[in-house]
Design a binder for this molecule. Sequence first.
Ligand SMILES: [Zn+2]
Length: 154
Amino acid sequence: MLVYVYAADLLCEDCGKKCREELTAEGKAPEDPDDEVSYDSDDFPKGPTEEGSSDSPSHCSDCGCFLETELTDVGVDELLSDCERAMRGDREANDVLLQWVDHYEGNDSRVSLSALANTGLTIAEILHEVARLDGEVKRLSAEVEHLQAKLRDS
Ligand SMILES: [Zn+2]
């Protein structure tokens, strides 16, 4: 994905364009926005440009969208370790992690189940975590039923 660099942060293409328009409307645009050596990215967003590879997935600093960053080997190792911890139950498999995995598993051959197996994760660990979550779901639905019954009686 193409990005803009602004104030030591990354912006997605839409936010970068919007930010440039706002600064231009405020009269804060450089004389020639295409001449990127003539101004500092702290003052006006530079881009759009390829982000290049990074040690961690980036998100737009304005809207928060995932920028589909290309990962370095370090970045891939960290992502795999995050997945491994989530499957062991040591980390939350939150929306952000799911978004990354959804993207990288299909677009980066280094992110795969067999690579994850190389981290030492065992089938038993995955199944124990699934069983734990299963138990949690049963416990919560029993609680919901109990509360619904209470509401009906009141
Ligand atoms: Zn954005």
